[in-house]
Design a protein around this ligand. Sequence first.
Ligand SMILES: *Cc1c(COP(=O)(O)O)cnc(C)c1O
Length: 399
Amino acid sequence: MADNHPNQPETLVETLVRRASLPEGVSRPLVTPLQPSVVYASPSPDVLDAQYSGEVPGYTYAREGHPNADLLALKIDMLEQARGGLITGSGMAAITAVLMSLLKSGDHVIGGNQLYGRSLRLMTRELPRYGIGADLIDPTDAAAIAAAIRPETKLILVEVISNPTLRIADMKAIVALAQGRGILLAVDNTFATPLAYRPLQAGADIVIHSVTKLLAGHSDVTLGYATARQAEHRTAIREFAVTTGLTPSPYECWLAERGLYTFPLRRDRAEANARQLADMLADHPSVARVIYPGRADHPDRARARTLLQGRDGNMLSFEIRGGRAAANQLVKSAPQLVFAPTLGDVGTVVAHPASSSHRALTPEARTALGITEGFFRVSVGIEEVDLLISDFKEALRAV
Ligand SMILES: *Cc1c(COP(=O)(O)O)cnc(C)c1O
């Protein structure tokens, strides 16, 4: 290339379309390179053969795996003290890969009755079309789960902390039950995070994350993670995800890796903020009740204390009096507090389940869960806590 004279257009056209690379220097980049290549060239059919049979490492085609996903998976494996994790294009893709790869027609699955909305829908609307039955049971009641087990029950899927009422599942009893009955236990660990609870260490078989939330932490990627204790299950989950194309984009993996480096710091700060905000709200005359697993008045406080290792999380919920009208007032008078149906962002985000995640339920079903028109869920962020508290006080003054 160095010999090419700029006034030789034919040569220039020819070299332009060919992939070229610069000579490697003696230094290397500090930051993980973003590797968008879909295809990987191998030196010979022999080597490619050896790659496919796993004798030598090397990538072939990005749907089958790529470096940015693998590096991100390795980092989350470290957090979960797990191995062989798979990154998927979303949290729901991870849940789909787990359920669809490990279940077959005729099987029965038990899900927590307050799982993430789309997980509920997957179990009640999609799985039955493939001949897989599902029952939804309150995971704070292990006896109820035991009573729902049938001979064909193959898997139990729970979240440690429910959304949005932040109840704590009876994980010790559920783990014992699953192990005793030979049923796979899958845990969606998105809310708890590995800082509070590590499902595989606690005896579960599968751990799932929506990386979209706290792990990536900046509301700019949609990704999931899943892994299993047993190699056979990891292979089944990966094969299903690769075949059905649940693949993540390298750019999103790269962004998530960047976000993950500050995850423990963000989580510490958000948790400290949540604690203070929960206490302020509990003392406020306009607030009817506050739900935070770190408070003495939480219905599952004793369980939270033994299960979450003092890491009570960045999520809290509270209820104001005055129904929908008061709820509208609160949101309108606090434009600094982002009103959106998500969680885990660096900034505080307020959600209103009755008009969003739980709008499909009848008012009676919502009331049974304690989700009234005045019920809000808060994903507490890493702002200065004084600012946060004054924002909420201002919003409540308007109610
Ligand atoms: C958001 C979420 C999911 C789904 O994750 P996506 O990345 O949005 O697909 C699953 N489980 C929980 C607990 C979640 O909060």
